[in-house]
Design a protein around this ligand. Structure first.
Ligand code: IMP
Length: 191
């Protein structure tokens, strides 16, 4: 079995990513904390490619990275690429989005997830993107998940990401959509 380095240091994301990858013919390893990649890309996909490629090259191993975030329509796509840096804690980030949105009637939002897999020489073997459409609630609901989950309501399931079981979120989320197209290709790549 080949090693696959998971290039993230966000524990919530790491746990979700590991669950998608269980059962595959890859041995998952965590990125050592001393390898830090600056997210200087202009898009989620550019950042995922940057992280996967640089971690792969540094360790001379296969690597997988994702970059994701929330885009709120009435905020012109914010927090977008700055989702992780929109405040000092999940709570502060949620409060900032709710404050900026205020009573705006347009609550449309989407989560976006880009994933890239890099070969040990840093070249990109796979890339994909997944999207989940939803609405921003006025008050947080639910205790599961991480990040903006308590304010992200998915009308087709009538609950927020934070009210979903981890299994349901895994299926419907932006990360779920991205992994659905990625996993069959990743299986073909493993020896
Ligand atoms: P990055 O991909 O590590 O740059 O950061 C993405 C940020 O977007 C996270 O820190 C969260 O704030 C947010 N985010 C990404 N995916 C999710 C999710 O599934 N639920 C809630 N927040 C998310």
């Amino acid at each position: 079995m080949r090693n696959l380095i998971v290039a993230t240091s966000n524990p919530g994301k790491l746990q979700e990513m590991q669950e998608y990858l269980i059962g595959l013919n890859w041995t998952l390893k965590l990125k050592p904390p001393e390898i830090e990649i600056e997210e200087t890309g202009q898009t989620f996909l550019e950042n995922a490619i940057l992280k996967a490629s640089q971690v792969a090259k540094a360790l001379e191993e296969w690597a997988i990275a994702d970059d994701s975030g929330l885009a709120v329509e009435a905020l012109n796509g914010a927090p977008g690429l700055y989702s992780a840096r929109y405040g000092n804690s999940d709570r502060a980030r949620i409060e900032r989005v709710l404050k900026e949105l205020g009573d705006n009637q347009n609550r449309q939002a989407k989560f976006i997830c880009a994933i890239a897999v890099a070969r040990p020489d840093g070249s990109i073997a796979l890339e994909t993107e997944g999207i989940c459409q939803g609405e921003i609630l006025k008050t947080p609901q639910g205790k599961q998940g991480f990040g903006y989950d308590p304010i992200f309501y998915v009308p087709s399931h009538q609950q927020t990401f934070a009210q979903m079981t981890p299994e349901l979120k895994r299926d419907v989320s932006h990360r779920g959509q991205a992994f659905a197209t990625l996993l069959p290709k990743l299986k073909k790549l493993s020896p």
